[in-house]
Design a protein around this ligand. Structure first.
Ligand SMILES: C[S@@+](CC[C@H](N)C(=O)[O-])C[C@H]1O[C@@H](n2cnc3c(N)ncnc32)[C@H](O)[C@@H]1O
Length: 182
């Protein structure tokens, strides 16, 4: 399964050129770059706790010629301090910065706060996609916590989907949350 491709396909249904999107885990900027390239006339907010992530991402976005973004050096649990408008979609790619310090990874408490706030910020029709990596301890805990927490969302207003390989339980998986447009 190509996880990234699946995550993008979920989001693509709702991506529009003038939309507002959030990359909750900037990392090296690949997802931010993807969102900037789709929301050409819109805006992308992108969060990370590491200065290194902002530097790598700024370099990538400059190379690609994007200017429709705001890079924020803060935890995604603070999203509501920075994003004051409703959003069309968002991406989480949990875990640690590839090639960086593996001890600086996403954590259950802050991930839960960010996901819950992200859902509150969604417009009708908007989608959040979360890529989960259960191959390490905190990733496994994040996955279990999110599946339990999100299964309680009212199905009248939200669809919450889990896409995973059932013959490889440690493999990364996706959770997609869509807020119905009504
Ligand atoms: C797997 S990487 C993201 C990869 C990225 N999407 C890309 O395209 O390169 C996860 C990132 O989450 C960041 N992170 C960890 N805790 C965070 C938090 N509370 N808020 C925002 N980012 C956080 C890490 O620093 C790391 O860069």
């Amino acid at each position: 399964m190509n996880l990234k491709q699946h995550a993008k396909e979920h989001l693509l249904k709702n991506l529009n050129e003038s939309g507002v999107f959030v990359d909750f885990t900037m990392g090296n900027g690949h997802d931010t770059e993807f969102l900037c390239s789709v929301a050409k006339n819109g805006k992308v907010y992108s969060f990370d706790i590491q200065e290194q992530a902002l530097q790598n991402t700024k370099k990538l976005l400059d190379e690609k010629g994007h200017s429709n973004y705001e890079l924020i050096l803060s935890g995604h649990q603070n999203v509501k301090q920075y994003v004051k408008e409703q959003i069309d979609g968002g991406m989480f790619n949990l875990g640690y910065l590839p090639g960086g310090d593996k001890t600086l990874h996403t954590m259950c408490d802050t991930t839960l706060k960010a996901v819950s706030d992200g859902i509150e910020l969604l417009k009708g029709g908007g989608v959040l996609v979360i890529s989960v990596y259960p191959g390490h301890d905190e990733g496994r805990r994040e996955g279990e916590m999110l599946l339990e927490y999100l299964s309680k969302y009212d199905r009248k207003y939200y669809s919450v989907m889990n896409c995973r390989m059932i013959n490889s339980y440690d493999s990364p998986f996706i959770i997609a949350i869509e807020k119905y447009d009504k």
